[in-house]
Design a protein around this ligand. Structure first.
Ligand code: BGC
Ligand code: NOJ
Length: 811
């Protein structure tokens, strides 16, 4: 069953039934100021950091699940309704929600009144616009009452939902003209406030939640709306809100537009007040005047659309299958921007107070984003590297506002450092900018300990070399990529976190996932060293990479697949000898991508074993059989019910590792089949089961041993976005960036006739046409650049500012 459809021309997903199986959301904002918006108007807004600077309140784990947001109430005689259906939930005559690139539009009607809302954050602006248009499409005059509604969050989202003994006494607001100002804590340590304005005279307002709603009412039937009159309340403590009240008369056919703005202002410490107790409103007024007419708003919306035209114009394919094209050209790239911006901080599954920016997460997110805005990727690489220590270890997370490592979570996730080599080399391959290697980048956020960025890569590489276990394989630390494989944490206390409890200081538990990862990015490190003329270091590093390959062959092979790990006691994990968890996906992915034991047939055997033991109708599960009892020596992984999350769920992030592994073998049919199993646009028809948005990837789909296989959770913020984009564009379609050009090496389904890709690269446009006359999966016979054959499949860096045709004939 579907709840809407794709509109590819407008790059929108159009939801036509508000009762989606879960709230289907969108993100507004691209740089500093962000909102989450559901298809019924739920969600919230923050500046930079969803924990420390939250403007509007949102209650996670609520009943019903998505309650609270930026709401409008339209009172038309005895009928009250909301353009986004919620909160009033009056049956609408028509409803449409269009989630587009950083904007959302609602269009609905009831009893001859049409309402449209365009919601977006103008580029470079710290405010969100809601353009509300109301039209009388009936033949009689209409008298409408419009109420807006938002609920202020008292800035620190964690405090806001825990520290009530204080919070209920701090709330403060001011009102001037049609603007409601939220100034809680402004008097003391905050030099910022927020406001909610409308570009029309108002007929009243409310700022005290209980007065507006009535203590025993829900959002669907506020007292004020029921009575049809505002109370003009000024909040003193409790829960401040902002609600405008406007009376509107519309002749038949008449339309009126209102511009609402939710803004955020920072002021200088010594310029906070207009006079005693009255805040300096100048900056807010300047913001309001920037977008106080429909024309100004429409121009900003156009600019946003052009911005996305430019970004998405950089990679564009024509494969003949709309489902694939819309993933690659639109939604997957869009999601990569969102994961770049949010890391794992704020979604409808991530509360915005817990996980900030992740060292491994943000590095991986970059591989799906670097082509979009390389300058921002460069800055991000330095932010991440600054949270590393001289020995290569690092903080696992940092807060976006402070950019400081989070010491409560700490470090010792031994895969973390290696991802910095991935992000840095991908950045250089995209841009050709080697200069970032020489930039001075702090260790532990301490400028006095800064060293050239290259030294961070070196530290990352040697962190593995200096932390090997008894088999010469990498020590796992608290966990590797799989946060739930906690082999040095034997926890029997439900009050401890598996991620932060390392109660065994073991030097035995080793990871085959890190081993494969080290070989892949160790080789990249060697290649980079050679490329920058550091032959000595390349030679030294190569020795360590080769040692690792040998260690995997000697101690990491189980006969038909790669082992997953050795536990604290030196026992095998992910072996046929084990009763549960006999085989795991991560080490198959990384060791096959690393081509370890390729000549001995290990790569092929491993991927065949994945097909046999891990693949299912909805994707590739993480491990099999899933754990059915708690293994204290394995940690969090065995706490999940079988088939969910890291215990036998389809953890979508790692499926592309297998796709890439398949391309190493040249098995394009298999690689693509795996791709289509988890690509959301291919799952649109089973939306009812899949549950989450059909336009973005989710972290996890319940696996074959779950109660409900195919049901997904944790949409939006997952490394799945960037890895799938990387796998489809660079390995399956096979247009791969490299230091000296674009390597073209597709690995596609044999039945394909070919495809086209437009790729902007180093300032030139590559119009690539791949032809597959012999219906092979892999192999390039001829490459023509602007009509002339070249010798290899590496298309060199071509003249900037021009379009070049590249014809590739497979065979
Ligand atoms: C989840 C992981 C997540 C970790 C972060 C675990 O409960 O299963 O996916 O990375 O928490 O703290
Ligand atoms: C989600 C985390 O954000 C990521 O860092 C981790 O690799 C996966 N879960 C797997 O545990």
């Amino acid at each position: 069953m579907k709840y809407g459809h794709f509109d590819d021309t407008n790059r929108e997903y159009v939801i036509t039934n508000p009762k989606t199986p879960y709230p289907w959301i969108n993100y507004l904002g691209n740089e500093d100021f962000f909102s989450l918006t559901s298809n019924t108007g739920g969600g919230y807004t923050f500046y930079k950091d969803a924990k420390f600077r939250r403007l509007t309140r949102y209650r996670y784990n609520n009943v019903p699940v998505d309650n609270g947001g930026k709401y409008f109430y339209i009172k038309d005689g005895d009928t009250t309704w909301s353009p986004g259906w919620k909160p009033v939930k009056t049956e609408l005559d028509s409803y449409e929600c269009r989630h587009g690139m950083s904007y959302t539009k609602f269009k609905s009607s009831k009893n001859g009144v049409e309402a449209q809302i365009l919601q977006f954050i103008p580029l470079g602006f710290w405010g969100e616009i809601q353009k509300v248009s109301l039209k009388n499409s009936s033949s009689k005059p209409k008298k409408l009452k419009l109420f807006s509604f938002i609920e202020w969050c008292l800035w620190n989202a964690e405090d806001d939902m825990t520290n009530f003994q204080r919070n209920f006494s701090t709330g403060e607001v001011e009102i001037e003209d049609s603007t409601i100002y939220h100034k809680t804590e402004f008097k003391e340590r905050r030099n910022h406030y927020a406001f909610y304005a409308v570009n029309a005279p108002i007929d009243g307002y409310d700022t005290d939640r209980e007065s507006f709603l009535g203590l025993y009412n829900d959002f669907d039937s506020p007292d004020v709306v029921n009575e049809g009159a505002p109370k003009n309340t000024i909040a003193h403590g409790w829960s401040p809100i902002a609600s405008h009240y406007i009376e509107i008369e519309l002749k038949p056919g008449e339309q009126r537009d209102f511009i609402f703005m939710l803004g955020y202002v920072e002021v200088e410490k010594d310029d906070k007040w207009e006079r005693k107790g009255i805040i300096n409103k100048k900056p807010a007024k300047a913001m309001i005047s920037k977008f106080d007419t429909v024309e100004k708003v429409d121009a900003a919306y156009e600019a946003l659309r052009e911005y996305w035209d430019r970004l998405l114009g950089k990679i564009n394919i024509d494969s003949g299958d709309d489902r694939l094209d819309r993933m690659v050209n639109i939604w997957n790239q869009y999601q990569c921007m969102v994961t770049f911006n949010m890391s794992r901080s704020a979604s409808f599954f991530e509360s915005g107070i817990g996980r900030g920016m992740g060292f491994r997460d943000s590095n991986q997110d970059l591989i799906g984003f670097v082509h979009q805005i390389p300058e921002r990727a460069r800055e991000r690489i330095f932010d991440i590297a600054s949270t590393q220590f001289e020995d290569g270890s690092c903080y696992h997370q940092y807060q976006p506002l402070t950019k400081k490592g989070n010491s409560a979570v700490g470090g010792d996730f031994n895969d973390d450092p290696l991802w910095l080599i991935l992000s840095t080399t991908e950045y250089i391959k995209e841009t050709g900018d080697f200069s970032l290697l020489d930039e001075m980048v702090p260790f532990d956020n301490d400028a006095s300990r800064a060293k050239p960025h290259f030294e961070h890569l070196k530290a990352s590489f040697y962190h593995v070399v200096n932390n090997l276990g008894p088999h010469g394989l990498p020590l796992i630390g608290r966990a590797d990529w799989n946060d739930c494989l906690n082999l040095n944490c034997f926890s029997d206390d439900p009050n401890e976190s598996f991620q932060t409890t390392g109660n065994k200081k073991g030097k035995t538990a080793e990871s085959l996932m890190i081993a494969g990862l080290f070989v892949v990015y160790g080789k990249e490190y060697v290649k980079l060293c050679k490329r920058i003329g550091n032959g000595k270091e390349a030679q030294e590093a190569e020795k360590h990479v080769n040692n690792m390959i040998e260690a995997v062959k000697a101690h990491g092979w189980d006969g038909d697949w790669y082992l997953r790990a050795y536990d604290f006691f030196g026992n095998k994990i992910g072996s046929d000898e084990n009763e549960e968890g006999k085989i795991f996906i991560e080490s198959q992915g990384w060791c096959t991508m690393a081509e370890i034991g390729m000549d001995e047939g290990m790569v092929e055997k491993s991927l065949n074993a994945v097909k046999k033991h891990l693949d299912c109708e909805y994707g590739i599960v993480l491990n099999s059989p899933a754990f059915t009892k708690y293994h204290i020596e394995y940690g969090e992984i065995s706490t999940y019910p079988a088939g969910y999350k890291e215990n036998g769920g389809i953890f979508c992030h790692n499926n592309p590792w297998i796709m890439i592994g398949e391309t190493v073998l040249g098995r394009g049919d298999q690689a693509y089949e795996y791709y289509t199993k988890i690509a959301p646009s291919f799952l649109e028809d089973i939306s009812e089961l899949h549950k989450v948005e059909p336009y973005v990837y989710c972290q996890m789909i319940a696996g074959k041993e779950a109660f409900k296989p195919g049901e997904a959770k944790n949409s939006w913020l997952s490394g799945t976005a960037s890895w799938n984009f990387f796998a489809i564009t660079q390995y399956i379609l096979g247009v791969k960036t490299d230091y000296d050009g674009l390597v073209i090496d597709p690995c596609i389904p044999s039945k394909w006739n070919g495809f086209k890709m437009k790729r902007e690269f180093r300032g030139a446009v590559y119009d690539i046409e791949v032809q597959n006359p012999d219906h092979v999966s892999k192999g390039v016979k001829t490459v023509l650049v602007n009509g002339s054959a070249i010798e290899s499949n590496v298309v060199p860096i071509l003249e900037k500012g021009k379009a070049h045709s590249v014809t590739v004939i497979m065979g």
